[in-house]
Design a protein around this ligand. Structure first.
Ligand SMILES: C[S@@+](CC[C@H](N)C(=O)[O-])C[C@H]1O[C@@H](n2cnc3c(N)ncnc32)[C@H](O)[C@@H]1O
Length: 387
């Protein structure tokens, strides 16, 4: 096994960097540094495999191949020409290059991306008189160019498909949460496996499933493949060994996890996903309107991703809904803490509750908050009414 130190950059939804930092620390990553939307660190090949198998928060793990400074598109082409690509993967592998650029003076990102692809193909052609094919949909090898001002970094994507694709979501509904964002929301809520957990608008069940996986220490990447499996240095025995080791880390806990949704289709989707993971004994599902639900315990944690009323003509309806949700929280859920992710900054006002915390978090490109409401026990007025 190669013990050579590798520089990595793990990406994640903005707002979750501190949890990603913790995951990397637990894997003994070194030189860990938090950035906006990701964390850089160093480690070896084993760290790379273990991270891909275990991270609940990351979107992808990038391995640094080359870096430096540039002034023009041609400088980038020349730098990519210097990389020994045929030592990294076979000419038969399909490739895709993508670029992220921050504060550069380049005229066209597409053109730069094309030049990097040309450089890779030119290196292969020179050696084998053959070049790899481009596949923009489902490439074997993903190369990522990161540009910031005059600095560039070339990465290979060790994850391949994004890590939130755990391979368990057979059925989905409109607007599901990404699995890594859902795992991050559960972490932000501070929920502990001994506590009851409820998602009253659970959709396909992403939040409650991620909570159960975490509580039972089921590794999220155990049932999927990774980009690094297409690289020359792939060690299948090392990956197989780690998978077995991680499977044995599963723990048993009785869990009090509840999900409900108004929509039968959502119930069916959540139910299929839960069955597929063998989590039926840990999660109870229901079809119900949140407005008429009853609290299953006198304390617990609610995590919820309600529908966003983004269209203007839906706004007044949403306000009525919000008010009804606020009323049921006050009536039924004293002693609970509730966490709602929304891009609507007037959400607490709509509920007529004051949020005790508002954590900035991104759902894709949507600037959201995770609103915390502490429903004080012993009064049905609960959390302070919003001013
Ligand atoms: C944004 S989706 C939740 C997606 C979910 N987090 C997932 O990952 O699949 C919102 C869900 O709220 C449900 N819903 C809307 N109004 C509701 C209500 N009043 N009571 C219960 N569920 C409701 C919808 O049926 C939908 O499944």
């Amino acid at each position: 096994m190669s013990l050579e130190k590798i520089s990595f950059f793990a990406t994640c939804p903005r707002g979750l960097e501190k949890f990603l930092f913790e995951e990397i620390r637990e894997l003994d990553g070194e030189k860990i540094k938090v950035h906006d939307g990701g964390v850089s660190f160093t480690g070896d090949q084993m760290t790379m495999y273990a991270f891909n198998l275990s991270s609940r928060i990351a979107t992808r793990l990038l391995k640094r191949i080359a870096y430096g400074q540039f002034k023009s598109e041609n400088d980038l082409y020349q730098s990519a020409l210097k990389v020994k690509w045929p030592d990294l993967f076979a000419v038969e592998k399909s490739i895709k290059v993508s670029t992220t650029s921050i504060k550069t003076n380049l005229k066209s990102i597409d053109f730069v991306t094309l030049r990097i692809k040309d450089a890779i193909c030119d290196v292969f052609k020179q050696k084998f008189n053959k070049r790899p094919n481009v596949d923009v949909r489902d490439p074997n090898v993903k190369i990522h160019l990161f540009l910031e001002k005059n600095n560039f970094i070339l990465y290979m994507d060790s994850s391949g498909k994004p890590l939130y694709q755990r391979g368990y979501r057979e059925k989905t509904i409109e607007a599901p949460l990404k699995e890594n964002l859902a795992a991050g929301i559960v972490s932000l809520s501070g929920w502990q496996p001994e506590q009851p957990l409820l998602d009253p608008m659970c959709g396909s069940g992403t939040l409650i499933i991620e909570a159960a996986l975490k509580a039972l220490n089921i590794y999220p990447g155990i049932n999927r493949d990774f980009g690094f499996q297409h690289w020359h240095d792939f060690q299948s025995d090392l990956l197989a060994e780690l998978k077995i080791k991680f499977k044995h880390k599963r723990v048993e806990h009785p869990l009090q996890i509840y999900g409900s949704d108004i929509d039968r289709k959502a119930f069916n989707a959540a139910s299929t996903n839960i069955d597929q993971l063998g989590l039926k004994d840990y999660i109870r599902l229901n079809t119900k309107r949140f407005e008429v639900s009853m609290s299953p315990h006198d304390h617990g944690v609610i995590v919820c991703n309600p529908p966003y009323g983004v269209r203007l003509n839906e706004e007044s309806n949403m306000m009525e809904q919000y008010q009804a949700w606020g009323a049921i929280l006050k009536k039924e859920f004293s002693g609970w803490k509730a966490y709602f992710i929304s891009n609507d900054m007037s959400f607490p006002k709509g509920l007529r509750l004051a949020a005790s915390k508002k954590t900035p978090i991104y759902n894709g490109a949507l600037d959201c908050r995770l609103f915390e409401f502490v429903m004080v026990s012993g009064s049905n007025r609960k959390a302070k009414p919003a001013t």
